[in-house]
Design a protein around this ligand. Structure first.
Ligand SMILES: [Zn+2]
Ligand SMILES: [Zn+2]
Length: 437
């Protein structure tokens, strides 16, 4: 656990930059999530891109950020936004993001604060910092240039989730792009990201070395499996993240099986309302609206009980770490006709991972055996290995910095493929600065 002592725990160097562009990862350089990237140029222009945490057990936090006037937040997932209230409260920095990221920030921070209290982990920021951060936002549309000292920057759509942005920075002699979390493939919610012509690309490598299954066949497989469970009289529990994944699943089910009885519970409901209020970020807002109204939205205890009779329950937490998904699992677990279908990555230490590895999971404090059938379906909205390599090529980047990645398994195959295409590839290490000339 990192407890901040401002000015004492930052790994950021004091020396000014004498040439090129300096990058420094406070976190997220050689791990997935927990992102904090400081960029600095020779004239002292400095930006912080993202400041998140890793919601593992216990959580991981990036190193203390140096003083920055401006922070650009790529999207509203907690591994990119979770520590922003700290920087805002400590350095009074101006925060920049798309409208929908701003709209969701309060919800994400309140949830993060609540979870840290329930799980007993101290958070380096408090509600006063959060209130300060909420007053510090500046909203930006995609494509709109913003002056920053001798630099200028703008946001581009990253795919991934509604409002997720890539950041293009013109540093004078060079152009830089940070992908944030991105996907070049379309999802039900958003269209895929397009390449941007740059010299230096910072790209997320979550799926280095791994190819995604073909989307259409994965949807077909999910649909067939749901029909099987329904036909034997069971209910499928689909734990899904509130901010993006749950809505993708609802839209997919609505399009493929309009007669299915689907119940939707958890924080995703309110996030969906924010999506619909910011419909300009959606690929097809009408499709989301009808899927959302088609699903039975659970809002009371009696709704919850009715949901136990459903064909499918889509709910949070996406990793079976508490929330309604545990409430449902506790009631569904003794009837072997039921099943659990995962649609996202289950982090080490999460309830979902324990269930997958040992068939056991903590439910309200007790470790319980769960013998239900389970399966995993690929609904990721991160670019896969091939998409990342192709994207770097189409951006025409000379230098490629691979971050937001597992340095042991995911990054090496990606580095190899990128080098084979002639890019100079950088493998950042948290806490170490590096200059690209
Ligand atoms: Zn991320
Ligand atoms: Zn994300």
């Amino acid at each position: 656990m990192v407890m901040y002592s401002p000015g004492k725990t930052s790994s950021y160097p004091d020396e000014p930059v004498d040439k090129g562009l300096r990058y420094h990862f406070l976190g997220g350089g050689s791990e997935v999530g927990n992102v904090g990237i400081v960029l600095e140029g020779v004239k002292g222009d400095r930006l912080l891109i993202d400041y998140g945490l890793a919601p593992t057990d216990p959580p991981r936090y990036p190193a203390e950020a140096p003083k920055v006037t401006d922070v650009i937040v790529t999207h509203s997932h907690i591994d990119h936004i979770g520590m922003v209230p700290w920087i805002s409260g400590s350095h009074h920095s101006t925060l920049h993001a798309t409208h929908i990221t701003v709209a969701l920030s309060e919800l994400m921070w309140r949830d993060c604060h609540k979870v840290s209290r329930i799980e007993g982990y101290p958070l380096p920021w408090d509600k006063r910092d959060m209130d300060f951060a909420l007053e510090s936002w500046k909203v930006h549309n995609f494509g709109e240039w913003v002056e920053h000292g001798n630099w200028k920057w703008r946001l581009h759509s990253a795919g991934h989730i509604p409002g997720a942005a890539m950041v293009e920075i013109d540093i004078g002699n060079k152009k830089v792009l940070l992908s944030g979390d991105f996907d070049t493939r379309d999802s039900p919610l958003v269209s895929g990201a397009s390449p941007v012509d740059v010299d230096i690309l910072f790209v997320e490598g979550t799926y280095g070395g791994r190819s995604h299954p073909e989307k259409e066949s994965e949807i077909k497989r999910l649909i067939e499996r749901i029909k099987e469970v329904k036909n034997r009289g069971g209910t499928v529990l689909i734990p899904a993240f509130a901010n993006g994944r749950g809505q993708d699943i609802l839209m997919t089910l609505h399009a493929a099986l309009p007669n299915l009885n689907v119940h939707y519970d958890g924080m995703g409901k309110i996030i969906t309302r924010h999506y619909l209020e910011n419909s300009g970020y959606l690929k097809d807002s009408e499709a989301l609206e009808s899927a959302f109204h088609w699903a039975k939205r659970v809002s009371s205890k009696s709704d919850k009980k009715k949901a136990l009779e459903a064909d499918v329950i889509v709910t949070t937490s996406g990793m079976l770490d508490g929330g309604p998904s545990i409430w449902y699992l506790n009631r569904l677990r003794n009837d072997e006709r039921n099943a659990i279908f995962f649609t996202g990555y289950q982090a080490k230490g999460s309830g979902g991972r324990m269930l997958q590895e040992d068939g056991k999971i903590p439910i309200f404090g007790n470790i319980c055996q769960v013998d239900l059938e389970w399966d995993t379906f690929g609904f990721s909205t991160h670019a896969g290995h091939d998409e990342i390599v192709e994207f770097a090529k189409l951006c025409g980047a000379n230098d490629v910095v691979v971050y937001h990645t597992d340095p042991i398994n995911a990054r090496p195959p990606l580095v190899k493929a990128l080098e084979a295409n002639g890019h100079i590839v950088h493998q950042p290490i948290n806490g170490q600065s590096h200059i690209i000339e």
